[in-house]
Design a protein around this ligand. Structure first.
Ligand code: PLP
Length: 424
């Protein structure tokens, strides 16, 4: 077992296991998991953990879901891949079902969130050229996250993601998030805007939800100006916010919707959905993906939908999300370090008054809890949507113990519950 990080050591000095054979794209924790079940994980030493991040909003139906595992095994024994040179029944079925759930008309399948957004951005370019706009701009938001490819990192509103990769792809203008006046003002003075790309809740950006009024006003502005309203649901989609898609809380119909993360419950798949003119913009030869929409990925997607429809997973996420937020607000009420507690559905953020990256390692070592920290100072929780109420309460209790002010711990161990560390 790895020694717990010293509580006082900065995150940069915490032990980070690194293979000499892997590029240094991640600062990894020195823990490896060998097994999971629902919201629980076991590391290679057999220690049990509670998963409050779901592989970053991916394994929404939990680990080792028996129905999904069976679908993968069965399809692997039949057919994995044929290419998009032929019709693919599972792809057609998944496209139809996603369109029915989202109000969209057509789907393009790919393998990740960034690729789904690339497809959306290419639709925006085609939309522009169909309108005779030679120098198109896509309006994106400050603090946003859309992926790591060259186009999507340029769309992303975080200099840390862009630094080192200049020159950035041109064709983006940026407005503050959840500020309709700023968007209207930008619209007045910027020629060539043809589309708007926005997250209903900024996840990587610190768990900030847009107001329903803002999303409705964006819809109206896009109608007035013939812009495509493109909603990045890569993280918020598939029930995460307590609705199938985050924009449904505002009762709007976007022109383009992008999906990935939860769609395959860990099997890689992404989708770009569109309706209206946007659904007919691509013609053969203009966009493609070798792997995208293969029989295995799409059967997994269909199985995820089977489970979610049968178990009413989005409704369950809404109820559990309320329980999580209420629990956090009650338990952390008056906490000296807590600046804000935000969330929608099972996306929750606890903003602290300090940089807190070191909490990720401490949560693992001391609380056996998987969390993430985003934007340096916000603890982010993305529990599986299939958690039971006891597990939600357990997450709240472990987070509360993690955030107990240091003085209170050394002053008598008032940690608000039993120490979950197994005897060593
Ligand atoms: C994770 C994420 C992406 C990128 O998805 P990848 O599968 O990592 O390419 C894009 N947009 C949002 C909102 C995300 O959360």
């Amino acid at each position: 077992m790895n020694a717990p990080a010293s509580p006082d050591s900065p995150a940069s000095a915490s032990p980070c296991a690194a293979s000499p054979y892997l590029m240094h794209t991640y600062a990894r924790r020195p823990v490896s998991f060998s097994r999971g079940l629902g919201a629980r994980l076991w590391d290679t030493q057999g220690v049990e953990y509670l998963d409050a991040i779901s592989g970053v909003a991916v394994t929404n139906l939990g680990h080792a879901h028996p129905e999904i595992a069976a679908a993968i095994a069965d399809q692997a024994g039949q057919l994995l891949h044929t290419s998009n040179l032929f019709r693919i029944e599972w792809q057609e079925r998944l496209g139809q079902r996603l369109c029915a759930l989202s109000g969209m008309k057509r789907a393009f399948f790919c393998n990740s969130g960034a690729e789904a957004n690339e497809a959306a951005l290419k639709l925006a370019r085609l939309h522009a050229h169909a309108r005779g706009v030679a120098q198109p701009q896509v309006l994106v938001m400050e603090n946003s996250f859309h992926g790591r490819t060259l186009a999507t990192l340029a769309a992303t509103g975080n200099p840390a993601v862009q630094r080192g990769f200049e020159p950035l792809m041109p064709g983006f203008v940026r407005a503050p998030y959840d500020d309709i006046a700023a968007v209207r003002e930008l619209a007045e003075r910027t020629p060539g805007i043809v589309a708007l790309l926005v997250e209903p809740v900024q996840g990587e950006g610190g768990v900030h939800a847009a107001s329903a009024a803002y999303l409705r006003a964006l819809r109206q502005l896009c109608d007035e100006r013939d812009w495509l309203l493109m909603i990045d649901e890569v993280q918020t989609g598939m029930g995460r916010t307590g609705a199938w898609f985050g924009y449904q809380h505002a009762g709007i119909a976007p022109d383009v919707v992008t999906l990935a993360k939860g769609l395959g419950n860990g099997f890689p798949i992404g989708a770009c959905l569109a309706r209206g003119r946007a659904a007919g913009l691509f013609s053969p030869g203009q966009h493609a993906s070798t792997f995208g929409g293969n029989p295995l990925a799409c059967r997994v997607g269909c199985t995820v939908l089977d489970v979610m429809e049968r178990e009413r997973t989005p409704e369950r996420a809404a109820a559990l999300g309320q329980r999580l937020l209420a629990g956090l607000r009650e338990t952390l009420h008056g906490h000296p370090d807590v600046v804000a507690i935000r969330g929608l559905g099972l996306m929750a953020g606890i903003e602290l008054n300090r940089r807190c990256g070191e909490l990720v390692g401490r949560a693992l070592d001391e609380q056996r809890l998987l969390i993430t920290v985003t934007r340096d100072s916000t603890v982010r929780l993305l529990p599986p949507l299939i958690c039971d109420e006891g597990q939600i309460d357990d997450i709240v209790a472990r987070v509360a113990r993690l955030l107990v002010p240091r003085a209170a711990v050394s002053g008598g161990g008032r940690a608000g519950g039993p120490d979950p560390r197994p005897p060593s």
